[in-house]
Design a protein around this ligand. Structure first.
Ligand code: PEP
Ligand code: MN
Length: 389
C-alpha cells in the first residue's frame, strides 16, 4: 500500500478537482490539492487501499495516478521526471549552465556590496548573494542592516544586473524582503520553520532552501514539499554542510547529497562550500568538487577584504581568489559537459565594455557608465531561453 498522487488533465476545472477531493474524503482520506506546472494535483496520503486506488484513479478528469512511497510527493522525480529550472531575472538554476551565486555574507555598507557585486559579475557570477537580515549565533554579533541593506542590494542589482538572493528570517519580515529580493533564501536554521516556508511559498518568489545542519535529506525534501504545496514550483535546494564529530571544518560538506538528491528530486541542487567548510582555502576545491558531483550551482561568500569582514571573513574569498575559483570550476564543468556562470563574464569583459565609437574601450569604465552600455543592457535584461534536458 502506498500514498497516491492524482494528476488531473491539464484543463481540469475547479469542480473536477473538488470531485476528486470529495471522493477521497468519502473514502476516509484527507487529500490535499495543489496546482503546479499548470496542472491540478491531488495528494492522497494514508496508505491508500488497492481498491480505493482504482476508484480514485478512474475519474474522467484524471490524467494519471501514481503511487509514491517516499514521504515527499511533489518534490519527487517519480511525479516529475523532467528537471525543474528555476528562473530569477537573468539567472537560471537547474539547466545545463551551472549557476554561481556570489557576494558578501552580510551587506555591511554600500561601497563594500557594490564593489563586490561588480567584481563577482566581472568574474562570471550569475547571482548576487548578501544578507540584510543575519541569523547570528550570538545576539551581540552584527545582525545585518535590515531594510537599509535591502536597498543596497537593490542598488547593486541596478548597477550589475545580477538578481539578488537574500535571506528572510521571519514571516513578519517576509513582505519587506520579498519586495527587494529576486530569490528568498531560507537559512539552515529556519529549514523547518514551517510557517516561514509556507509564507515564502505563497509569496510566489523563487525560494532557496538551505539544508539544516542536523537535517536528513528526507527532511530537506519535506521542507521543500511545504513550499511546493503552496503552488510555488520555484525551489532550489542547497547543501551547506552538516554537524558531525569532525571539528577541523566548520561543518562537514556532505557532497554525496548532490547525486543522491538529483536521483530523487527534479528540483535543482546547489552547494555552499563557504559555510560547508568555514575555511577560505577549502572553498575553491570544494566548489570544484560540487561541480564534479553534478551540482546545479554554487553559492560562495566574497568580500573585498575578508580579514575585516563583519561576518564570516574566515570563509570569504577576495576578488582574485574568486576569479581563480571560477577558472578551476570552468575546467571541471567542461569536463562534465556543462557550462558555468555567465560566459559573458571575465573572458569577454573587454568586448562587453566597448565597441561603440563614443566609448573609450577601457574595461575600467565607471560602473554607472558601463551599465548604460547597450551590450551590457541587453545582457542585463536578458530573458533566459527555455532549457530542455
Ligand atoms: C548564509 O548563507 O548567509 C547563512 C547564514 O547560511 P546558513 O543558513 O547555511 O548557515
Ligand atoms: Mn555567512
Amino acid at each position: 500500500m502506498a500514498d497516491l498522487v492524482i494528476i488531473l488533465k491539464p484543463l481540469g476545472t475547479t469542480d473536477e478537482v473538488a470531485r476528486v477531493v470529495e471522493r477521497a474524503e468519502s473514502l476516509g482520506y484527507r487529500p490535499a490539492s495543489v496546482r503546479l506546472w499548470g496542472q491540478a494535483i491531488v495528494v492522497v496520503t494514508g496508505d491508500v487501499a488497492p481498491d480505493h486506488q482504482q476508484q480514485l484513479a478512474s475519474g474522467s478528469a484524471v490524467a494519471q495516478a501514481i503511487s509514491i512511497c517516499t514521504p515527499y510527493k511533489l518534490a519527487s522525480r517519480q511525479l516529475k521526471g523532467e528537471r525543474t529550472v528555476v528562473r530569477a531575472g537573468s539567472m537560471t538554476v537547474g539547466g545545463n549552465q551551472i549557476a554561481v551565486i556570489a557576494g558578501p555574507c552580510a551587506v555591511e555598507n554600500r561601497q563594500q556590496t557594490l564593489a563586490t557585486a561588480e567584481a563577482v559579475r566581472a568574474a562570471g557570477a550569475t547571482g548576487l548573494r548578501g544578507g540584510a537580515f543575519k541569523p547570528r549565533t550570538s545576539p551581540y554579533c552584527f545582525q545585518g542592516l535590515k531594510e537599509e541593506g535591502l536597498r543596497v542590494l537593490a542598488a547593486a542589482r541596478e548597477q550589475t544586473g545580477l538578481p539578488v538572493v537574500t535571506e528572510v528570517l521571519s514571516t513578519e519580515d517576509l513582505p519587506l524582503v520579498a519586495r527587494y529580493a529576486d530569490v528568498l533564501q531560507i537559512g539552515a536554521r529556519n529549514m523547518q520553520n514551517f510557517p516561514l516556508l509556507e509564507a515564502a511559498g505563497a509569496s510566489g518568489k523563487p525560494v532557496l532552501l538551505k539544508r539544516g545542519p542536523a537535517a536528513t535529506l528526507d527532511e530537506l525534501l519535506l521542507a521543500a514539499e511545504y513550499v511546493l504545496k503552496t503552488g510555488n514550483e520555484q525551489v532550489i535546494l542547497c547543501e551547506r554542510g552538516i554537524r558531525t564529530f569532525e571539528t577541523h571544518t566548520r561543518f562537514t560538506l556532505a557532497l554525496a547529497s548532490v547525486p543522491w538528491l538529483r536521483e530523487r528530486t527534479h528540483l535543482p541542487v546547489i552547494v555552499d562550500p563557504s559555510h560547508g567548510t568555514g575555511e577560505r582555502s577549502l572553498v575553491a576545491p570544494m566548489a570544484a568538487a560540487a561541480v564534479a558531483a553534478g551540482a546545479d550551482g554554487v553559492m560562495v561568500e566574497i568580500h573585498p577584504q575578508p580579514e575585516s569582514a563583519l561576518c564570516d571573513g574566515n570563509q570569504s574569498l577576495d576578488f582574485e581568489q574568486f576569479r581563480q575559483m571560477m577558472q578551476l570550476c570552468r575546467s571541471v564543468a567542461a569536463a562534465v559537459g556543462r557550462g558555468i556562470g555567465d560566459d559573458a563574464g571575465e573572458e569577454t569583459q573587454s568586448e562587453l565594455t566597448c565597441s561603440l565609437s563614443e566609448c573609450d574601450g577601457s574595461p575600467s569604465r565607471e560602473p554607472e557608465q558601463r551599465h548604460e552600455h547597450p551590450k551590457f543592457l541587453a545582457r542585463r535584461n536578458q530573458i533566459a531561453a527555455p532549457i530542455t534536458q
